[in-house]
Ligand binder design. Structure first.
Ligand code: HEM
Length: 376
């Protein structure tokens, strides 16, 4: 098979390997930069559950919804896109893998012979890439089928109660090594950021690579630790969602506004109906039995209202003052008086009481109520 293919192609030189290399570099660049962003987003758990919840909801485009809930479908598409890139990058990467024992021996011997750091870095790329075939796929598939399952509790439960901590530990070390070495090799391969002194800029780029690797590994370990602490504390309620407030307040306020105005509406109509029913009551009460109806309409505003007619007036406070000093109306007053005056005086007796008091104390104390009565 091998001899047939080589014989077949020896005559023609092809640009395909170079193009495949370019595609591998392109997918590697996007995935590498994605991983830096991904680790910063996942690292928000270090700032607390609400921070992680806010990031998770933002990734679900919750700011576009009226109720503050997110759209997991957005995460589903993001994961599908990254998973596709991941598979293409892995496929292109396999071309460089030592696929037989003989090829593996050759590379190992070369490393020992050359003791060249960048050659060793290439071997680390192969090993971490191989590990990510499996660990990365498990993680990506989990995210693909649980796009709505990302919040401080669900993620922490996955890490502890779902035992994903081991997968993430292996994946974290592999991906941070692979991503930072990969981006460094891209700069070397395509000549990015290389100044006049290639040796000096290579040294500088390597230092940047190491610092970024330690920085993202640090964030990753801290984040994993936070997930373990939260997940351990939450293991009794594993699977329960985090009741976060991200995007809820803002949406609650806007939600309340129409609700508030709805309440106003209801109240207004209630008032209107109240007024209408009061109106109707008034008409009912005021309208003398069918033969006396016309009197009310043209009754002058200050027309005296009879005692038994006074009862319904009670509802609307302002009418109170005009109530005649009969048994019914004064009750209310007496209560007020009682409060103000002596506590032990029983109800109706207060009538006589108040008048006497008024005379004793001079008219100012009880002026308002009684004066209405006298006028009549
Ligand atoms: C769009 C695609 C991706 C999404 C939505 C995603 C989402 C997440 C989320 C939510 C976590 C927190 C733990 C959890 O909820 O289970 C996490 C952790 C992690 N992801 Fe991803 N991920 C994606 C792609 C990748 C890829 C391609 C890799 C590497 C090959 C990767 C490596 C990791 C690692 C190592 C952790 C553990 C981080 C830590 O706590 O230290 N992720 N990812």
């Amino acid at each position: 098979m091998e001899s047939y293919i080589i014989e077949e192609n020896t005559a023609k030189s092809s640009r395909l390997p170079a193009r495949l290399d370019l595609a591998q570099s392109g997918t590697g660049l996007i995935l590498g930069l994605f991983m830096w962003v991904h680790m910063l987003l996942v690292g928000s758990i270090i700032l607390g559950k609400d921070a992680f919840d806010f990031v998770a909801k933002t990734m679900e485009l919750a700011f576009l919804s009226d109720t503050g809930h997110g759209y997991p479908i957005a995460v589903f598409f993001a994961v599908s896109g990254v998973f596709t890139l991941f598979i293409i990058h892995a496929l292109l990467g396999m071309r460089k893998f030592p696929i037989s024992w003989r090829q593996h021996r050759i590379i190992r011997d070369q490393m020992q012979m050359m003791k060249h750091p960048d050659t060793n870095l290439w071997y680390i790329q192969v090993v971490t890439g191989f590990v990510m075939f499996f660990a990365g796929s498990v993680h990506l598939y989990t995210m693909l089928v649980n796009p709505g399952g990302i919040d401080p509790f669900l993620s922490a439960d996955r890490v502890v109660s779902g035992n994903y901590w081991f997968l993430y530990l292996v994946l974290l070390i592999s991906v941070e090594l692979h991503a930072s070495i990969g981006l460094y090799r891209l700069c070397m391969k395509w000549g990015w950021f290389t100044g006049k002194d290639a040796r000096h800029s290579r040294k500088k780029l390597k230092a940047v690579k190491n610092r970024l690797m330690i920085f993202f590994l640090g964030i990753g370990f801290l984040a994993l630790l936070m997930f373990i602490v939260i997940g351990w504390g939450h293991r009794q309620n594993a699977g329960e969602r985090y009741q976060g407030t991200a995007y809820q307040q803002s949406h609650a306020a806007t939600a309340e506004a129409p609700a508030a105005s709805a309440v106003d509406e209801v109240e207004k109509t209630a008032d209107e109906t109240g007024a209408a029913s009061h109106e109707a009551d008034m008409q009912e009460t005021a309208a003398p039995p069918s033969d006396q109806a016309p009197a009310l309409d043209d009754a002058p505003a200050d027309a005296p209202v009879s005692a038994d007619e006074a009862e319904p007036v009670h509802d609307t406070a302002p009418e109170h003052n005009t109530a005649p000093a009969t048994g019914a109306a004064p009750e209310h007053d007496t209560e007020a008086v009682q409060d103000e005056g002596t506590s032990d005086a029983p109800g109706p007796a207060a009538d006589s009481h108040t008048e006497a008091d008024a005379q004793d104390q001079g008219s100012d104390a009880h002026e308002p109520t009684h004066s209405a009565v006298e006028t009549q």
